[in-house]
Write a protein that binds this ligand. Structure first.
Ligand code: AMP
Length: 289
């Protein structure tokens, strides 16, 4: 496994792989790897000749009051986990390497960002799309792997790949959870012990929503109230949003029908957690579900 820190060296390595007609599986991350990331790497390993993992905490996607400086980092640990997953190259550039001067071009995401995290984190997806445009251009992957944990990101990346004609296959991977249901996240280490116990309620509330829908409930507002009510009564967390849309279009819906996402974000003292559940509601025929 090689660790590459410069863009020039990375491009030379990719050129070599391309000349050998090797397929490249790419997993972009911010590091502090957990089983969610490892699942993406494992899938990339199975499906490609070469696997490139990038580790870059991208300042462009953090707002001024967000957790860029406290975002957990442990490169030595990441390196040994990546080695175990059979990663061929870790691309680990510095901020100066990625953004050596104030940028002359930024990517602005027009669609699917007026809701959920796009609404509460203005500029976040522009930062994501800008760094991914750079990373896609540098790594030139055959396939890029993203987690449904960040479902809105998957929807935005789909638009980026399609609009900019990147010859990349987007592979979306299911959410990996702790045994108690909490979605794995690098940020979970910044939860206080009491908050960690409460955080399980997020998945519990989404499961209650799923059960209600399976029981016949079709009104999005009723489901949102159910989810918010559970989080309110069982955690100290502050709800940022509980929203329901069609997926991946992220459009408002009057009735739960087709493929929908129930997504939430909750702020604890030092961490804001997100989670979601995507469900397909079949059309009712003759009163039958
Ligand atoms: P991050 O390092 O948080 O930017 O995440 C890097 C990639 O891993 C993104 O595509 C995430 O959606 C994905 N990811 C993060 N957490 C999970 C999880 N619990 N399950 C599956 N994928 C995840």
């Amino acid at each position: 496994m090689r660790v590459i820190t410069t863009i020039k060296e990375m491009q030379a390595e990719i050129k070599k792989l391309k000349s050998q007609s090797k397929s490249i599986g790419f997993v972009p991350t911010m590091g502090f790897l957990h089983e969610g990331h490892l699942t993406l790497l494992n899938k990339a390993r199975i499906e490609n000749d070469s696997v490139v993992l990038s580790i870059f905490v991208n300042p462009l996607q953090f707002g001024p009051t967000e957790d860029f400086s406290t975002y957990p980092r442990d490169f030595a640990r990441d390196q040994s986990l990546a080695e175990c997953e059979g990663v061929d190259i870790i691309f680990y550039p510095s901020v100066e390497e990625m953004y050596p001067h104030s940028s002359s071009v930024r990517v602005i995401v027009q669609d699917r960002t007026d809701v959920m995290c796009g609404k509460s984190r203005p500029g976040h997806f522009d930062g994501v799309a800008t760094v991914l445009t750079k990373l896609f251009t540098i790594v030139m992957p055959t396939r890029a792997y993203f987690g449904i944990k960040d479902a809105q990101q998957v929807a935005v990346v789909e638009g980026l790949i399609s609009d900019f004609n990147f010859p990349i296959e987007l592979i979306a991977v299911d959410i990996v959870r702790e045994v108690d249901g909490l979605a794995k996240s690098s940020r979970n280490v910044n939860l206080l012990p009491e908050e960690r116990s409460e955080a399980v309620v997020l998945y519990k509330s989404l499961t209650a929503a799923k059960n209600a829908i399976e029981g016949g409930e079709r009104n999005p507002q009723t489901i949102k109230n159910l989810v918010s009510g559970i989080i309110h009564s069982e955690t100290q967390g502050q709800i940022d949003y509980v929203e329901i849309y069609s997926y991946p279009q992220l459009k408002e819906i009057e009735n739960l029908e087709g493929t929908c996402i129930i997504a939430l974000a909750v702020k604890f003292s030092k961490v804001r957690l997100i989670d979601n559940i995507i469900i397909t509601v079949r059309q009712e025929i003759g009163g039958e579900k």
